[in-house]
Write a protein that binds this ligand. Structure first.
Ligand SMILES: Cc1cc2nc3c(=O)[nH]c(=O)nc-3n(C[C@H](O)[C@H](O)[C@H](O)COP(=O)(O)OP(=O)(O)OC[C@H]3O[C@@H](n4cnc5c(N)ncnc54)[C@H](O)[C@@H]3O)c2cc1C
Ligand code: SF4
Length: 483
């Protein structure tokens, strides 16, 4: 709860970030930190609201015990605050950096005031815990003799693996990429998440006894059938990596890239894994980013850092309404309002209600993109929003590089999933029961592969829940075999 009158005494204070014009010259993190006294005051704003919506289903998806650690931070009991935090979240140093913080829009203070700086407090707790060396490997008390293969090393697979290993199971993570981390490593750029932060956590997971096997594309390099025979359980946490593409004339022209192809190479270059020649570079180019979500934002931030001449970002949907107040107009729900990411603040022209009609080029390279403006009306037949092109609204832009960031449709329906005969829902995601088990006994699924493209915090939560379900399944199996 913090201090009873804290919310009346202290205003919300956020950390100061490095200035935009300076941070665009490097790929390092640029977010600031609050001083210890300031954090205590901010935690003291937590107001004993009775029903803490921040950790209800409207708020934090991992159900962090937010009011408890706010109280502990306010009372200078940082170690206890860390112990509460790690009870619910395997990677608070990651959510504390990249989570959109639905906890804050659900904070009771957000009804008519600015919310508690929950995400910043989460980050300060875990960073202090690392500095003080409180974050130690947690070894299981005994070994169960059961084995689990986790396929995919994003936040869902990592959280599940860590939880299962701590229960004494033997866990191996298989990853097709050269390094562990999924989209934490190859999607999210370093300026949002320094990869040393990820490696520091991987050291702990490895010290706890989880085995990592990289460059192993399951279904191709190793058959899913072999894994089925070799392990008691398989967990599929292979993400929702099938990108939504654009079917428009000229799509085949050079200079038009899927966002993840672009971001993966940039992340590998920053990591020293590839040289500059292999990079897709925006240097001195007029860049168009199609799609306005997280991925599009990361393309904007990366293109600006690479020295793009200009960056445009377009979105097919209408412009959301602007809201200048500090409180949440749709409390406790996540409000549908205009948001500007730190990358967009760094410089980018954004436009809404635009559809891409075709690409034109010279000598096989894109040099122009052709658009039309659209409006969204209600379909008379089913009441759903329907896109309608505006008459005489065609226009073009001179563009040298296009990044397609229109989201992801579902997991790749590749040999891993077809060999296992996994069933999908209507959206193409893996169907599971409430126990996270797929249509195949002993094969579980979690994270984006099950939910569709989502957020890190959801992937962590699903990884934890799947681990719980797998542990229960293995205990049940053991009991059956002893009968
Ligand atoms: C560019 C970008 C930026 C994002 N930014 C944010 C953000 O700021 N905040 C946020 O909360 N969320 C963000 N997200 C979403 C978030 O990263 C994902 O929701 C989350 O990573 C999903 O976790 P996951 O473990 O389910 O899958 P992933 O992180 O996608 O990991 C899946 C892993 O499985 C591996 N794999 C797939 N098939 C196989 C196979 N057959 N064999 C072996 N390995 C395989 C893949 O290589 C990958 O490493 C972003 C996403 C993108 C694309
Ligand atoms: S994980 Fe996200 S929603 Fe949960 S407390 Fe942290 S910032 Fe808030």
């Amino acid at each position: 709860m913090g201090k009873v009158t804290g919310f009346l005494e202290y205003k919300r204070v956020t950390a100061k970030n490095e200035a935009e014009k300076e941070r665009v010259h490097h790929f390092r993190e640029f977010t600031g930190h609050l001083k210890s006294g300031e954090i205590s005051n901010q935690a003291g704003r937590c107001m004993d609201c009775g029903i803490p919506f921040c950790h209800s289903s409207y708020g934090c998806p991992v159900q962090n015990l937010i009011p408890e650690w706010n109280d502990l931070v306010y009372n200078d009991q940082w170690r206890e605050a860390y112990e509460r935090l790690e009870m619910t979240n395997n990677f608070p140093e990651i959510t504390g950096r990249v989570c959109p913080a639905p906890c804050e829009t659900a904070c009771t203070l957000a009804i008519n005031d600015s919310p508690v700086t929950i995400k910043q407090i989460e980050l300060e707790i875990i960073e202090k815990a690392f500095r003080e060396n409180w974050v130690k490997p947690q070894l299981p008390d005994s070994e169960t003799g059961k084995s689990i293969a986790v396929i995919g090393s994003g936040p869902a697979g990592l959280a599940a693996a860590q939880q299962l290993r701590r229960r004494g199971h033997s866990v191996t993570i298989y990853e097709r990429a050269p390094k562990i981390g999924g989209l934490l490593r190859y999607g999210i750029p370093d300026f949002k998440l320094d990869k040393r932060v990820l490696d520091r956590r991987l050291d702990q997971i490895s010290a706890e006894g989880v085995e990592f096997v990289t460059d192993a594309n399951i279904g191709e390099d190793i058959s899913a059938r072999y894994l089925r025979k070799s392990y008691d359980v398989i967990l599929i946490s292979s993400g929702a990596t099938q990108a939504r593409d654009l079917t428009a004339d000229g799509r085949e022209l050079e200079g038009i890239h899927l966002a993840m192809d672009y971001l993966t190479l940039s992340n590998q270059y920053i990591d020293g894994m590839i040289d500059e020649k292999r990079l897709i570079s925006a240097k001195n180019k007029r860049v168009l980013v199609i799609g306005g979500g997280d991925t599009g934002s990361d393309c904007v931030g990366t293109a600006n850092r690479q020295g793009a001449k200009s960056v445009h970002q377009i979105e097919i949907m209408p412009k959301p309404r602007e809201w200048k107040e500090n409180h949440n107009p749709e409390w406790p729900f996540w409000p549908a309002i205009l948001r500007t990411s730190s990358s967009q603040q760094e410089g980018c022209l954004r436009e809404w209600g635009i559809v891409t009609k075709s690409f034109s080029g010279k000598n096989g390279k894109v040099n122009k993109v052709n658009f039309a403006r659209v409006e969204w009306i209600r379909d008379e037949n089913n009441g759903r929003p329907k896109m309608q092109e505006l008459k005489n609204s065609a226009f073009s832009m001179q563009i040298d590089m296009v990044l397609l960031a229109m989201g992801f449709v579902h997991p790749e329906h590749n040999r891993l999933l077809t060999d296992l005969e996994i069933q999908y829902d209507q959206a193409g995601n893996i169907i599971t029961g409430p126990d996270f088990m797929t249509s195949v006994p002993g094969v579980f699924a979690a994270g984006d592969a099950k939910k569709g493209a989502s957020l890190v915090v959801h992937a962590i939560f699903q990884g934890r829940q799947a681990a719980e379900a797998i542990d229960t399944y293995l205990i049940q199996e053991q009991k059956e075999s002893l009968k």
